[in-house]
Design a protein around this ligand. Structure first.
Ligand code: PRP
Ligand code: HPA
Ligand code: MG
Length: 172
């Protein structure tokens, strides 16, 4: 980097997360959220937020779950953020129009662009993510694990088991 250009996935530190680890981190997140709530509903930021939202909602006993559907990254490159769908009128009313008492969940904040957008839509909601990078951290109310900005998190739903060459054969 250094030229201002965004690093590709290959240039970043890989941080692979297993299903087990993700589940544990979501449960840890819920412990913190349980001390902050109660919440009327969970709002998942699609698509990555759907998985932690299901686990958090299960742990908190919440059954009203809505989505804000966004599109931005094409694999690792972030384009213009597009809101494809906002929360329903019913969910908006539960949050008094400003999101008070709503719990927004996403898998991570990176640059904070998505976080800023949801904060603009629902300024009084509580925004929680499982992972946070430094640039996005100020936008999140609660998170579990911070990773460096030059890290790329590989989520279990994006990855699969594959052969790893031994270290002595040149594996990183
Ligand atoms: O802080 P930011 O730089 O905005 O990046 C964080 C967002 O990027 C990823 O979603 P993505 O847009 O890749 O879509 P997906 O959830 O459908 O995978 C991730 O799930 C967050 O929502
Ligand atoms: O580190 C990341 N991993 C997966 N998806 C992402 N979207 C933005 N940053 C990341
Ligand atoms: Mg996402």
């Amino acid at each position: 980097m250094g030229s201002g250009a965004e690093a590709s996935v290959a240039e970043r530190r890989p941080f692979p997360v297993s299903w087990d680890q993700f589940h544990r981190d979501c449960r840890a997140l819920t412990w913190r959220l349980n001390a902050v709530g109660p919440f009327h509903a969970v709002v998942a930021i699609t698509r990555g937020g759907l998985v932690p939202a299901a686990i958090v909602a299960r742990e908190l006993g919440l059954r009203v779950i809505d989505t804000i559907c966004v599109a931005s990254y094409a694999h690792d490159k972030q384009g213009e953020l597009q809101v494809l769908k906002g929360v329903s009128e019913q969910t908006a009313a539960l949050g008094g129009g400003t999101g008070k008492g709503l719990l927004i969940v996403d898998d991570l904040v990176d640059t904070g662009k998505t976080g800023r957008m949801v904060r603009d839509l629902l300024p009084d909601a509580h925004f929680a993510t499982v992972y946070a990078k430094p640039k996005g951290k100020p936008l999140v109310d609660t998170f579990i694990t911070e990773v460096s900005q030059d890290t790329w998190i590989f989520f279990p739903w994006d990855t699969g088991l594959s052969f790893q060459p031994p270290l002595k054969d040149g594996a990183a």
